[in-house]
Design a binder for this molecule. Structure first.
Ligand code: HAM
Length: 417
């Protein structure tokens, strides 16, 4: 039996990279005052339909939706933003402390066609600032994002930003783009002909070349911004300039979810191929109301962990190795070695040992595979004197030490290596 298509196992050897990016994320987000908020895997389907939008690809054809035993329609979360906002409102966090900065790391589910960098179960590192409408929040979030990505030594990243305006300025833009595309309607794919009537901005998202070709010369939303939205966008750009954070304005970026207002952004990686967005995000000042809450301005991002891990520099070693291997020869030594291993672990040392009573040669080979810097050799002769041999695997130097000294020595040596 095999696993499900688009659902990946993450094995030791690879998982260390995941642990590294996750712990770096927690560390950097902590510096900016973000707290972890854990959301459930399932929500009522209606929640995502209302927030992400009925006419988006995610809600239209990518959600894992099923009736539970009571007949309620449930959906495996395709993203985290909606659930974080739901939790914030449901628990009255907006009343206790209106400014909420939260992050979440975990798997998301979308029924997309699997390919390199695109899976049906994928993982996001998500961060959200709730309750702040000022452009400072946009700038701070982007600074945090780029600090985090930069700290991982990723190369060839490009931060693209846009403003999608608010519902007031998007209305006239929507009409304009609809008018523009209607004149080219017969050249659009079937999906886009439908999008043209239901949600014309979604045509920008279409991956098909024939549709992209029709978009040449299309009006862009930046030209339709109302004075408030324009001011907001200018201020965000001004703050990024002051902070010397490089970015490019991409007036054609619309994002694949309907809840965005004003600032929208993506981080694109030159080295990823077709699925090159390593992060996407933006402001969603209307989402709280869409799901039945009060008005809560908010902005956030989500990083695709699979794509992030693919971009980590190859040279760096993310693996960790045991501090010491215990090679024991003979039954008595094995018994002693087993006890010593537990004592060393109690003292905080990572110990590996052989379970099968193999020859010294074979145990040394095993220690080599574990790449431990030290091996404690317990032989019958040494044990008679309550001593053991400590071998430095790099220099091959060996010395005899008293058994009671072993823990102290290994602890100091492993700290020094
Ligand atoms: P999104 O653009 O749908 O935004 O996803 C964010 C990131 O998740 C993408 O840039 C990509 O790296 C990764 N991703 C998405 N789908 C897949 C997939 N099938 N396989 C692998 N990686 C994938 C959101 O999800 C928004 N909730 C972001 C946000 C947060 N906006 C405001 N706050």
């Amino acid at each position: 039996m095999k696993g499900i298509r688009g659902f990946k196992d993450i094995l030791p050897g690879e998982v260390e990279k995941w642990q590294y990016v996750e712990s770096e994320g927690r560390r950097v987000f902590g510096l900016f005052g973000f707290l972890e908020l854990r959301i459930p895997l399932l929500e009522k389907t209606e929640l995502f339909a209302r927030s992400i939008g009925e006419s988006t690809d995610i809600v239209g054809k990518e959600m894992y939706t099923f009736p539970d035993r009571d007949g309620d329609s449930l959906t495996l979360r395709p993203e985290a933003t909606t659930s974080i906002m739901r939790a914030y409102l449901e628990h009255g966090l907006d009343v206790k402390e209106p400014v909420g900065k939260y992050y979440f790391i975990g798997p998301m589910f979308r029924y997309e066609r699997p390919q390199k960098g695109r899976y049906r179960q994928f993982h996001q590192i998500d961060a959200e600032i709730l309750g702040v409408q000022e452009p400072q929040a946009d700038a701070e979030l982007l600074v945090m994002l780029m600090r985090f990505l930069g700290g991982l030594a990723l190369q060839n990243l490009n931060l693209q930003i846009n403003s999608l305006g608010d519902p007031a300025c998007r209305g006239p833009y929507r009409e304009e783009i609809q008018k523009f595309l209607r004149s080219k309607s017969e050249k659009l794919c079937e999906d886009c002909q439908r999008r043209l009537e239901t949600n014309p901005l979604r045509v920008f998202d279409c991956k098909k070349e024939e549709c992209q070709a029709q978009l040449a010369g299309a009006p862009v939303v930046l030209d339709f911004l109302c004075p408030d939205c324009r001011r907001h966008f200018e201020r965000v750009k001004g703050l990024l300039d002051e902070l010397r954070l490089p970015y490019a304005v991409n007036p054609r970026m619309v994002r694949g979810l309907d809840y965005y207002t004003r600032t929208a952004f993506e981080v694109v990686a030159g080295d990823l191929g077709a699925q090159n967005a390593v992060c996407g995000g933006g402001r969603y000042d209307g989402l709280a109301e869409e799901i039945g809450g009060p008005s809560v301005p908010a902005i956030g991002f989500a990083i695709g962990v699979e794509r992030l891990v693919m971009l980590l520099p190859e040279e760096k070693n993310y693996l960790r190795y045991p501090d010491v291997f215990i090679a024991a020869l003979g039954e008595e030594a094995q018994r002693k070695g087993f006890a010593l291993a537990q004592e060393l672990r109690d003292a905080g040392v990572w110990v590996e040992l052989d379970y099968e009573g193999k020859s010294l040669k074979s145990q040394m080979r095993k220690a080599g595979r574990f790449k431990t810097p030290w091996v404690v050799i317990l032989g019958e002769e040494e044990l008679k004197k309550d001593r053991a041999v400590l071998r430095n695997m790099a220099t091959k130097a060996q010395e005899e030490v008293a058994l009671e000294e072993v823990i102290k020595r290994v602890k100091t040596e492993s700290r020094e290596t």
